[in-house]
Design a protein around this ligand. Structure first.
Ligand code: HEC
Length: 182
């Protein structure tokens, strides 16, 4: 094997293993840069998956665990416990017609976001907010009635101001906030 062939072979092997210095640098760069939007989107993916899994689980067991907290309580409790541990992000469930009045919009950003995702559910609404002297990146994601129990439970709930929810409706939103200054 001549020297050139050897160098070529070694380079190919290094590339395949991801050991080529340039490639390694590129990778490191990609992994260390996460935009606030990516972060909010990723957090939302987890929150939405958990809420969906819980709703399906409860629907399958046909309410035989009556003492279980509602999906909204579960989300709130998890969000509060994350806050207590000092997380630099927060999330909450919101709606323009909530069962629990505390879940109504509490900032202008939330109000605009809820209206925006109700109109265009396929697109998240992104904005920046100034709250308590701190800047936040705020993302609002539509919450759909993905399974029939969403609308059945909400339409029957004594505290619900709305009783005509249909499967597929946007029932509200998950709001995720990431601070823009540390
Ligand atoms: C078994 C009953 C039940 C089911 C099923 C259920 N919810 Fe809820 N949901 C509630 C209750 C009760 C609250 C308010 C409770 C609270 O804040 O503690 C709530 C709150 C919400 C809120 C916040 C606004 C509000 O109404 O207070 C949204 C948005 C929401 N639910 C959407 C959904 C979606 C979407 C599904 C299905 C994937 C779903 N819910 C399934 C009972 C239910």
């Amino acid at each position: 094997m001549n020297r050139t062939t050897f160098t070529l072979l070694a380079a190919t092997a290094a590339l395949a293993l991801g050991l080529w210095p340039l490639r390694a640098e590129e990778k490191a760069h990609k992994l260390t840069t996460v935009s606030t939007r990516k972060m909010a989107d990723s957090l939302h993916a987890i929150i939405a998956a958990d809420q969906q899994a819980y709703a399906e689980f409860v629907a399958k067991t046909k309410g035989s665990f009556a003492a279980l907290p509602s999906h909204a309580q579960l989300l709130r409790q998890a969000a509060q416990s994350i806050q207590k541990k000092g997380a630099e992000f927060s999330y909450t469930l919101r709606s323009l017609t909530p069962i629990n009045a505390n879940n109504g919009p509490q900032t202008e950003g939330e109000q605009l976001g809820l209206a925006a995702v109700a109109k265009q559910p396929g697109e998240a609404y992104y904005t920046e907010e100034e709250l308590g002297g701190r800047s936040y990146f705020t993302a609002v994601y539509a919450e759909h009635a993905t399974i029939s129990s969403c609308v059945e439970c909400h339409n029957q709930h004594p505290g619900s101001p709305r009783r005509d929810w249909k499967p597929g409706d946007v029932m509200g939103a998950v709001v995720v906030r990431v601070p823009l200054e540390f």
